[in-house]
Design a protein around this ligand. Structure first.
Ligand code: FMN
Ligand code: SF4
Ligand code: SF4
Length: 257
């Protein structure tokens, strides 16, 4: 079994690692941007794919990865894991439909509530304790479903027609402009200390850092919030105007691991 994931603040990484680790002790997991990931996919017939929901859609980078490697999926067993702050409708369905189109056998999907990753908006911010509880509940949900999967029963969260309609009408249609192209809206303030961390972390190679000036963006941001949640001086914003709280899975998980 192979797990691949796009993860900005570590939520989807954690869920895929836990799911794969519990189901297959020999299973491996990789970030989707890993250079060798295509070779790894070729070697495995059961692929677990994880990513955050973005406006009830899958990140464009994940959708493009599936489309660009259309020939990889025929005959593969695929399980989709979508993490979310509150609501994703058919977050798993958004990739499941693509996988099916390219000949994969989609076995199921899990939509898992995790801490909100949008560091520059107050909208879904919760207390430290509330986020710890959310992670504990997520882990329990994964464990419960892994036991059922071992008996051959797969969850189908986000995969049916009603989920499709709720994701589409609940959010996706209204936010289409935000998710149909890569973003060029990343802002880097003069607080930047030119450390280069954001460039090294970006899964899209969207940031160019020369060391002389603050990094420049190439308009290829997939809105993962990794650079924003890790910048040591909170210099980066995307949706909002200032960083409210940098959040990562590790910050809330210390008592759970
Ligand atoms: C651009 C963006 C859009 C998001 N849209 C939604 C959303 O529509 N619904 C939701 O519940 N969470 C939304 N979230 C929250 C993330 O899906 C959630 O925190 C996820 O677990 C982050 O996973 P990661 O750490 O693996 O990136 C959004 C996050 C970002 C960065
Ligand atoms: S991580 Fe922050 S401080 Fe470091 S180069 Fe990027 S924007 Fe500047
Ligand atoms: S620029 Fe930042 S938010 Fe955009 S894809 Fe790269 S790491 Fe993610």
């Amino acid at each position: 079994m192979l797990g691949i994931y796009l993860s900005g603040t570590g939520n989807s990484k954690h869920c895929v690692e836990r799911f794969v680790g519990l189901l297959d002790e020999k299973g491996k997991t990789f970030p989707i941007e890993t250079e060798t990931v295509v070779d790894e996919i070729r070697k495995n017939d059961f692929i677990v794919v994880g990513y955050p929901t973005q406006f009830s859609n899958a990140p464009l980078m994940v959708r493009d990865f599936i489309r660009e490697h259309a020939g990889l999926w025929r005959g593969k067993k695929v399980f989709c894991i979508n993490t979310m702050g509150a609501f994703s409708g058919d977050g798993t369905g958004c990739t499941a439909r693509l996988f099916k189109k390219y000949g994969a056998n989609v076995l199921g999907g899990l939509q898992i509530k995790m801490p909100d990753s949008v560091c520059d908006s107050k909208l879904l911010k919760k207390s430290f304790e509330a986020n710890q509880k959310i992670i504990k509940q997520a882990d329990e949900k994964i464990e419960k479903w892994v036991e059922k999967i071992k008996e051959g029963i797969y969850p189908e969260e986000g995969l049916n027609l009603l989920n499709h309609i709720s994701g589409l009408m609940g959010q996706r249609v209204w936010y289409l402009k935000k998710t149909e192209h890569y973003s060029d809206k990343l802002k880097i303030s003069d607080a930047c200390i030119k450390c280069g961390l954001c460039q090294r972390q970006c899964p899209m190679n969207n940031l160019v850092h020369t060391g002389q000036d603050k990094p420049k963006q190439l308009g290829r941001c997939t809105m993962c919030y990794r650079c924003i949640s890790h910048c040591p001086v909170q210099a980066i914003t995307l949706i909002g105007k200032s960083v409210v709280e940098q959040t990562t899975y590790e910050k809330f998980a210390s008592d759970n691991t």
